[in-house]
Design a protein around this ligand. Structure first.
Ligand code: IPD
Length: 308
């Protein structure tokens, strides 16, 4: 019911704040130069796929809190999955599911680059319905609940930036800021892998903008190192397009909920070869391939209202 959803939203927002506080404390320890935290990095599938004790501790905190409050809900967390490696992580259409990355941007965290966050998604009937993303070092809290808007720090409605950017990729490159991630797969696959796809998208962005003839080149290309932050910044309007091939559900569940609620588009798609004919497909969690486009509007910045 609506009331249940409200309660879950309030609970999720508080959980995100509490978990973010734990991340902040752990990060401050790192800034203080504690040797013990430096030694806590472990490699998973490759040398860039890493986990720290903080990932594990914060996930345990979130999981325990959810299980105590909602024992019948399903829980999928990055670290729980990495350890168990069973297919049971698959998102169910019938059971409400929490999809959590306790620390998205782990590499950033270990390098003391402040783009890292806790990412809590709540999925109902297979659709990202609630999103809570908290980047404690930046003091940015992004929240959304289906039908209730998407918010920054509970007071500013997303998107923040006013711009007449059209919703399709075709027009976006001119003057846009484009964000892409490199993922963690460093295998050399001969069949046109991630790198080539990113390269072609970057070329396309530069070319399409250039063809406009009025200095309409892409304004910038960014890579934040956190898929969740990319989606939140696209929802804010700071990025016009984000693309990544290689994400897991927990990297995107909360961010997709926020972006969609802000009025942005996200599709399970490769960069289109021909942007004029690109079709926006409904996003499918589990596809590992995502293309997100910023919301077109709103035209006013709303402040002073509660986000929940
Ligand atoms: C990773 C980050 C990264 C993205 C990877 C993710 P993690 O998550 O979001 O930007 O390229 O696909 O797995 O390991 O930092 O939680």
């Amino acid at each position: 019911t609506e009331q249940e959803l409200d309660e879950i939203y309030t609970f999720a927002v508080q959980l995100g704040k509490d978990a973010g506080k734990l991340l902040l404390e752990a990060a401050q320890l790192r800034f203080a130069g504690s040797e013990s935290t430096v030694l806590e990095v472990e490699e998973k599938d490759s040398s860039v796929d890493i986990v720290t004790k903080t990932d594990e501790d914060v996930e345990a905190f979130i999981k325990t809190s959810i299980e105590a409050k909602y024992p019948h809900h399903k829980f999928i967390g990055e670290e729980t999955y990495s350890k168990g490696a069973s297919r049971s992580y698959l998102i169910s259409d019938t059971t409400p599911t929490w999809c959590v990355d306790p620390l998205d941007g782990t590499v950033n965290y270990t390098h003391l680059f402040p783009m890292f966050c806790v990412s809590i998604g709540f999925i109902v009937a297979g659709k990202p319905t609630i999103g809570v993303v908290y980047a404690p070092f930046l003091n940015q809290l992004f929240t959304s609940c289906r039908g209730r808007g998407a918010w920054l720090n509970e007071t500013q409605r997303l998107p923040l930036i006013r711009s007449p950017i059209p919703p399709m990729p075709v027009n976006a490159p001119s003057g846009c800021v484009f964000s892409c991630e490199w993922g963690k797969d460093r295998k050399d696959r001969p069949d046109g892998n991630l790198y080539r796809k990113v390269e072609s998208f970057v070329n396309m962005a530069a070319e399409v903008g250039g063809r406009g003839g009025k200095g309409g080149m892409v304004h910038g290309i960014r890579s934040l190192g956190s898929a969740t932050m990319d989606l939140a910044y696209t929802a804010m309007g700071a990025f016009d397009i984000w693309w990544e091939g290689g994400c897991w559900e927990w990297d995107v569940a909360a961010g997709i909920a926020i972006l969609q609620e802000a009025g942005g588009l996200v599709t399970s798609a490769n960069p289109p070869d021909d942007p004029e004919t690109a079709e926006i497909q409904e996003v499918r969690l589990g596809s590992r391939l995502y293309l997100a486009i910023r919301p077109a509007g709103p035209s006013k910045i709303e402040t002073g209202r509660e986000g929940q």
